[in-house]
Ligand binder design. Structure first.
Ligand SMILES: Nc1nc2c(c(=O)[nH]1)N[C@H]1C(S)=C(S)[C@@H](COP(=O)(O)OP(=O)(O)OC[C@H]3O[C@@H](n4cnc5c(=O)[nH]c(N)nc54)[C@H](O)[C@@H]3O)O[C@H]1N2
Ligand SMILES: Nc1nc2c(c(=O)[nH]1)N[C@H]1C(S)=C(S)[C@@H](COP(=O)(O)OP(=O)(O)OC[C@H]3O[C@@H](n4cnc5c(=O)[nH]c(N)nc54)[C@H](O)[C@@H]3O)O[C@H]1N2
Ligand code: SF4
Ligand SMILES: [Mo]
Length: 868
């Protein structure tokens, strides 16, 4: 079968994928980001492209309408709002998951034709602090280095990045480099002991937001040891003395003096250092300062833009970088041109032959939804993002969207929490169907190519936006024949930017024919028309401030001595196998089996003080909202802190939308919200009963507590209730969403145990277990029994039969290996990750699970030692 070379639609690593029309996928051995590797999410891509749940036609308030009706309505509503209330009364909220071509057209329509800069993106929640930090330091938003710098470095410092789970293929590359050169060191700076931290040489469990203080300390030490690269600084850097002066005032960062010294020694004694950072840095009310505190150290030592050296901001989404290139943020123009620069504005206006051009920054995400709440926005278009889940203060954001008189959402699915708040839904083509380009973290532009037909009436995002542009009267400006034409225009505009002295230059690609665009190989920008393109930036200076020099900044670290009272600091982030609001990874049974419900990690001392029971439920609250989460007691988090993943929505859980609790406080420089910095009160939730259900039918997350996930045989649900139901059989049927069939019920009234199996003929359709405490059953065995003719006695025993040993929660999603299987292999004599791999297959594909395999090995060897 023919294989299509395309790019993974998940993280910013930007792996090349070979896909077949039968949806088989494999890593592309030729792609320079991954050389054939894929992580668990990439490996499961084929399972996520089915048509179940897809939005297949435009829908107005629940009823299908034609594209003509839908697009006329959008054009009319936006035009009316603009006429009556001015261009700033409308807004687009877009996404780093749009392709560059989609993003380019949306930005052009808003900034050049509507004449407002009210287009902001979920990158505000993601990369804004890095963008601001780059611009302050370099005068441009540019990542200087390349992935190979990680492999070439002697020290890699990962700050606020759970790379092993969030950028797994890059982490595999790093591990492979370290295996080849064991003298290479990896340091992880993260308040949590993550899978990444466990695999590192040194983990520094810094206090939340202690990063600027630590890097200030490092800067002071660099100067004290005489390691300032005076030649480089004299020639290329301004601001060193003020930066040093500010850094000289010590601030606590939550680490011991020994830990700090170890880190300073490592950094100062190693030339080839890469400092990679991600959301533990960006998503903070002092995120930009953290970024500049890090960059300061690299500028002072001249360790930037050279092989194996440099600050490296890792992008999250597949096209976070492309969005920055087209200027998709409310305070940017296009092609790295500045909105506040009159020359830049007129150049873009002229290039677009636009009637107008936005001349002031638009509303940044948090302010944008506040303006919706305040009634200032009359028409809102959300594209490829799910803000009712992913924005801070998400309950208020959902209400704000509902408050806008006319709201449009372009998505691939019908049911998302955001779509539920919108008037008009427009069906977009998704990964595998759409075509265009994305740019990864190392500035590499790769093609996403289609290998599946567009389903139903779904259209490409860029085509939908261009159609609205034409209907608003700008026929010529939005008359694109295909995505190649959009790309050529974008590339040509970058040439204009280059002539104005900007760095983002892909004018060398401005004349690609349609077929050359189709065949475009992954390429790192700049790609200037004259063909000379350095791979790295800034080794020889050449910054983009008017004087050509970089800026070191005076950074004053925040005061960390805030008294939270009995509250805990609420840290949030990601799990290995889910992507954001799970609209795609939630469809792959394998990916739901690693962590199947929303949870709260909390330290044993806090759990004891609060009275939380392991695997019980916690009620987490603050003034913004409330969540119910499964308790995981672990010293991976510090005392006074707790952690919850961001992925669960109203579609997958009843009370798991944790962004209801997250604060909208933003970094004043970047406007990025402190998504990891809320404070919450945690109390035990006294459930009257707990249950587990597996069904062939899709279940609703409707109980006081419920979390549902797809399985190989149907669906699973974890549930809990307050009052004991009077009729368990009825309750079980409701939960299992099964009306017909025959029921077997076993009830142990004395112990409060209930077990219900429902058969359709001889075939098991659903099984439900309830108990006064969190239910102990072999969940994987129950799930596997659905759809089989296993007799009721065996099903209701809730334990696997001798011929069907328990799998346990899935550790290796690629090879489908569970925790219990690994434990058995360890008991059988496996003493290392490769040995475990040999006997079970675990860890032999993408390797993302290897840190967890190691942890199981460690736990077992500790237990053995304790026993000896
Ligand atoms: N599996 C998976 N991978 C993904 C995604 C996904 O949804 N799932 N999403 C992608 C996207 S869009 C993004 S942006 C990236 C994010 O990738 P990461 O930034 O690696 O992921 P997070 O889990 O959000 O946060 C990273 C770490 O920051 C730590 N942290 C919190 N506060 C602080 C602090 O004050 N200082 C420091 N030093 N650390 C702190 C947290 O404990 C957490 O472990 O992942 C991308 N990759
Ligand atoms: N508490 C907390 N909150 C966070 C974060 C955190 O760390 N903690 N991280 C933040 C970060 S870094 C990010 S990037 C955001 C991510 O948050 P979101 O962007 O809201 O999350 P997604 O689930 O990726 O939403 C993408 C939407 O686009 C749809 N979609 C998929 N493909 C296409 C397509 O081709 N076209 C169109 N039109 N639609 C498509 C999907 O079905 C889905 O509804 O969350 C942010 N929120
Ligand atoms: S690391 Fe995984 S999620 Fe990220 S691009 Fe590669 S395969 Fe996709
Ligand atoms: Mo992100």
């Amino acid at each position: 079968m023919t294989k299509t070379c395309t790019t993974c639609p998940y993280c910013g690593v930007g792996c090349g994928v070979l896909a077949e029309p039968n949806t088989a996928v494999a890593g592309d051995p030729q792609h320079p980001a991954n050389f054939g590797r894929l992580c668990s999410k990439g490996t499961a891509l084929g399972e996520t492209v089915g048509l179940e749940g897809r939005l297949l036609a435009p829908r107005l308030q629940g009823k299908d309408v034609s594209w003509d009706q839908a697009l006329d309505l959008v054009a009319e509503k936006f035009q009316t709002a603009i006429q009556e209330h001015g261009p700033d009364s409308v807004a687009f909220y877009v996404s780093g998951q749009l392709l560059t071509e989609d993003y380019y057209v949306a930005n052009k329509l808003m900034k050049g034709f509507i004449g407002s800069a009210n287009i902001d993106t979920n990158s505000r929640l993601c990369m804004a602090s890095s963008v601001a930090g780059h611009k302050r330091a370099f005068g441009t938003d540019t990542v200087p280095g390349q992935y190979e710098d990680f492999e070439e470095a002697d020290l890699v410092v990962l700050v606020g990045s759970n790379t092993a789970w969030c950028h797994p293929v890059l982490f595999r590359r790093l591990e492979a480099a370290k295996a080849a050169r064991p003298e290479m060191k990896i340091v992880v700076i993260d308040p949590r002991r993550t899978a990444t931290a466990k695999a590192a040489d040194l983990h520094l469990a810094i206090a939340p937001d202690g990063d600027a203080a630590l890097f200030n300390r490092l800067l002071t030490e660099i100067a004290r040891r005489g390691l300032i690269n005076q030649e480089y600084v004299d020639a290329h850097v301004e601001g060193m003395s003020v930066a040093l002066e500010a850094a000289g005032t010590p601030h606590p960062c939550g680490l011991t003096e020994d830990e700090i010294q170890t880190f300073l020694n490592m950094w100062c004694s190693t030339d080839k250092v890469v400092t990679l950072y991600s959301q533990g840095v960006n998503q903070s009310w002092c995120g930009s300062d953290k970024v500049n505190a890090i960059i300061n150290c690299h500028l002072a030592t001249g360790r930037i833009g050279r092989v194996g050296m440099g600050p490296f901001s890792m992008t999250g989404q597949p096209n976070a970088m492309g969005g920055r290139e087209v200027g998709g943020l409310a305070n940017m123009l296009a092609a790295h041109l500045d909105l506040e620069n009159a020359r830049h504005r007129s150049a873009v206006k002229e290039f677009w032959a636009a009637p107008t051009i936005a001349d002031h920054a638009g509303l940044k995400a948090v302010d944008l939804f506040q303006a919706c709440a305040d009634g200032k926005i009359k028409a809102l278009w959300v594209m490829s993002t799910n803000p009712a889940v992913s924005m801070p203060e998400a309950d208020a954001v959902a209400a704000a969207i509902r408050n806008v008189p006319f709201t449009v959402s372009t998505d691939i699915l019908v049911d998302t929490d955001t779509n539920a708040c919108c008037d008009l839904l427009l069906p977009a083509t998704g990964w595998g169907e759409k075509s265009g380009t994305v740019t990864n973290s190392e500035r590499r532009i790769s093609r996403q190519r289609p290998f599946l037909p567009a389903p139903g009436q779904a259209r490409h995002d860029w085509a939908i936006i261009a159609d609205v542009g034409r209907r608003m009267g700008w026929v010529e400006a939005f008359d694109f024949a295909n995505e190649a034409e959009v790309f050529r225009e974008h590339a040509a505009l970058s040439g204009v930017a280059a002539s104005l002295g900007r760095d983002f230059d892909i004018s060398g690609l401005a004349d690609l024919s349609d077929s050359a665009f189709d065949a475009l190989e992954p390429v790192v920008w700049p790609v200037p028309a004259d063909g000379i393109s350095p791979k790295r930036f800034f080794a020889g200076g050449g910054f983009y401030h008017p004087d050509g020099k970089a800026r070191m900044l005076a950074i004053t670290p925040p005061d960390l001595s805030v008294d939270l009272g009995t509250n805990l600091r609420f840290n949030t982030g990601r799990v290995r196998d889910h992507w954001h609001t799970m609209t795609r990874t939630g469809r792959a049974p394998q990916l739901g089996a690693h962590l199947a419900e929303p949870y709260l990690e909390i330290h044993p001392e806090d759990a004891a003080a609060i009275g939380l029971q392991e695997v019980g439920l916690a009620e987490v609250q603050n003034s913004h909202g409330r969540a119910l989460l499964r308790v995981m007691i672990t010293d991976n988090v510090q005392i006074g802190e707790c952690f919850a993943p961001m992925h669960w929505t109203g579609e997958t859980s009843s009370q798991g939308r944790i962004n209801a609790l997250v604060t909208g406080r933003v970094d004043p420089v970047s406007g990025q919200p402190a998504l990891k910095g809320a404070s919450v009160s945690v109390t035990p939730y006294e459930a009257g009963w707990y249950g587990f259900a597996a069904s062939r039918a899709e279940m609703e997350p409707a109980r006081p507590y419920a979390a549902v996930a797809k399985t190989k045989t149907g669906w699973r649900a974890e549930v809990a209730g307050h009052k004991l139901p009077s009729d368990w059989e009825k309750e079980a049927r409701q939960i299992l969403n099964l009306n017909g069939g025959q029921t077997s019920v076993v009830e142990d009234k004395a112990r409060g145990l209930v077990r219900v199996a429902i058969y359709e003929g001889a075939v098991l359709a659903g099984v439900f277990f309830a108990a006064p405490d969190p239910v102990v059953v072999a969940r994987s065995a129950s799930i596997d029994q659905i759809g089989t003719e296993t007799p009721a006695g065996r099903v209701l025993a809730g334990v696997p039969g001798a011929d069907q040993p328990a799998k346990g929660a899935i550790v290796c999603a690629c090879m489908d290996v569970g925790r219990e299987e690994l434990r058995r292999a360890i008991a059988g004599g496996a003493t290392s990750v490769p040995m475990l791999g040999d006997c079970t297959g675990a860890g032999t594909n993408c390797g993302s699970c290897r840190p967890e395999m190691q942890e199981l090995l460690d736990v077992t060897s500790n237990q053995r030692m304790a026993a000896e």
